[in-house]
Design a protein around this ligand. Sequence first.
Ligand SMILES: Nc1ncnc2c1ncn2[C@@H]1O[C@H](COP(=O)(O)OP(=O)(O)O)[C@@H](O)[C@H]1O
Ligand SMILES: [Mg+2]
Length: 324
Amino acid sequence: MTALIEAQGVSKHYPVETGGFLRRTTIPLRAVDTVSLAVMEGETLGLVGESGCGKSTLGRLLIRLLPATTGTIRFGGNDITGLEGKALREVRRSMQIIFQDPYGALNPRMTVEDIVSEPLAIHDETAGAAKRVTDMLSLVGLPSRARERFPHEFSGGQRQRIGIARALILNPKFVVCDEPVSALDVSVQAQIVNLLQDLQGELGLTYLFIAHDLGVVKHISTRVAVMYLGKVVEVAAKHTLYAEPKHPYTRGLIASVPVTHPVQRAGGRAERKRLEGDIPSALHPPPGCRFHTRCPLVQPICRETEPAVTEPAPGHLVACHLAE
Ligand SMILES: Nc1ncnc2c1ncn2[C@@H]1O[C@H](COP(=O)(O)OP(=O)(O)O)[C@@H](O)[C@H]1O
Ligand SMILES: [Mg+2]
């Protein structure tokens, strides 16, 4: 297995204004904090964690939609961290994103044809565009008469198909699926997940699949990475992660998956401790292990020393003092 995309020590600090009217200062919000993570060619890497933990920011950093504050990003072995202008546009063709909200992500005044073909226009590939749009619409399961219509004429699931067609029209290699089914009715979530899986096989895509719970990613992922407050705390092959989670946060997430999940039931046993309390502010993360304020197993060392990432079994990465 070779890495298609690789983050090494990547951070994103958003400047945030605090203080009152007279004492306004800017402090960095560490949305993503020194994360190292690789997405292997052809796999689906699930990325899960509670809302606000930095998943979308990390996804955008990987595809250079956002500049990183620190660290290196490699695509196909090449350092793309500092690319600009034409070189950046060129590499961005190969890396696309599907957004969570199919309502907000599509321009309501553009026809489906214009929405789906816009990336071709941006990249000066207008030759044969009409046929490519027709082919792409059929690939995502939309009738060709959809091309003259507007986003509001479609259901949420169909709108997400339009977003998928737009993301795939340039034949990308890597696609960040940023909670692509979270905003959809449960009855259509499985259809969209299955479509994404079929398209992956047909087009040879590599996915980062973001979700806020472990239910959806259990179905689609090859491996799963768990994020907490700007850090990746555990990464493992899917079955290992669900059967032998090593981080207390991962165990809490598994226990929190609703058993009636439409896509897949996670293997959480009822006696596992569900997560309690709120995620602390990313502006003032706790010292030591960031999870210590909510951890049922907290020890004195956890309050003082940040745990290093260890590999207790091949391919199983975890950042916890108690993981041995
Ligand atoms: N443009 C921004 N400016 C300031 N803070 C931001 C910005 N975007 C996201 N954040 C903050 O960064 C953290 C991570 O956000 P995000 O990556 O959207 O998390 P997730 O996708 O896991 O919900 C949150 O605390 C969020 O409030
Ligand atoms: Mg998000």
